[in-house]
Design a protein around this ligand. Structure first.
Ligand SMILES: C[S@@+](CC[C@H](N)C(=O)[O-])C[C@H]1O[C@@H](n2cnc3c(N)ncnc32)[C@H](O)[C@@H]1O
Length: 257
């Protein structure tokens, strides 16, 4: 049903109320969320199945939800979007954690709401979502006995925020059906050479720990029981200002059957 003028104004108001958007998402009626990254411009690099009818999908580190809602748009039967329960729940260093602890409860709640919660909710309401559900967990706590298994597990641009990406990938594998697949992207400036290199980044104020070379990510995926890597691609993610450049590696990993 087309939106009324009042509904359009109300949606514009809700979008404008949120200060921190990660994704630019087209909500119709000329309304776009004012995020940093328009992922629609980079979708071809992810080689998502054109149609995802009937699939059960896990989107880990969903942020403001571009990918989760894209999976639903492509027909996924169920999308579970995973996000950390709070800003504090990132893998911060003790020093950064102490700085965060010094913030007031009101300030913390505002960040949690604006960065972790509200954007995703507003997009879901605007798109009339029916098959996307969000849960609050760290990647380490994704267990198949609790969540079941998925045809498609997706992890976009989040493994660099994780102190133990190998345990994280083990969890992604646990949640992936034997005939399913993981689609994973990482930020990495390391070259695509045979030697599997990981570089400690240590930008602890941004919670960035590791950069893995493409060969390193492939090797970790294989050691975590993914048999076959395919659809390897690289691209440079830019924010909407064009000032921020993030070299990115994407691939699909298929479990050992
Ligand atoms: C850079 S954003 C990527 C958003 C989206 N996946 C994409 O590709 O556009 C990374 C997201 O991962 C989440 N994240 C960071 N550490 C996490 C962890 N340990 N477990 C689950 N999610 C995490 C962050 O809160 C953030 O929403």
């Amino acid at each position: 049903m087309p939106r009324t003028t009042e509904q359009i104004a109300e949606l514009q108001r809700k979008v404008a109320q949120i200060q921190s958007w990660y994704h630019r998402i087209d909500l119709g009626d000329g309304i776009e969320t004012p995020g940093h990254f328009r992922m629609a411009d980079y979708l071809r690099h992810y080689r998502l199945p054109e149609r995802m009818d009937g699939l059960r999908v896990l989107d880990v580190g969903a942020s403001t939800g571009f990918f989760a809602y894209e999976f639903e748009r492509r027909g996924a039967a169920e999308v579970i979007a995973v996000e950390l329960p709070s800003w504090d729940a990132h893998d911060w260093t003790p020093r950064q954690r102490a700085e965060l602890a010094a913030k007031s409860a009101t300030e913390k709640r505002k960040v949690d709401r604006e960065v972790m919660v509200d954007g995703f909710t507003v997009v879901g309401e605007a798109l009339g979502t029916r098959r996307v559900r969000r849960i609050w967990k760290a990647i380490y706590d994704l267990r198949a006995f609790e969540l079941g298994t998925f045809d498609l597990v997706f992890s976009g641009a989040m493994l660099m925020h994780v102190r133990d990406p190998i345990l994280g990938i083990q969890r992604l594998r646990e949640c992936c059906r034997p005939d399913g697949r993981l689609i994973v992207s990482i930020s990495t400036a390391l070259l695509d050479q045979p030697e599997p290199l990981a570089r400690f980044v240590g930008e602890w104020n941004q919670c960035n720990w590791w950069q893995m070379s493409p060969a390193c990510l492939d090797a970790v995926l294989q050691c975590c029981d993914f048999a076959h890597i395919d659809h390897r691609d690289r691209y440079t993610l830019q924010d909407v200002t064009g000032r921020f450049h993030d070299p990115t590696y994407v691939c699909h990993a298929f479990p050992r059957r």
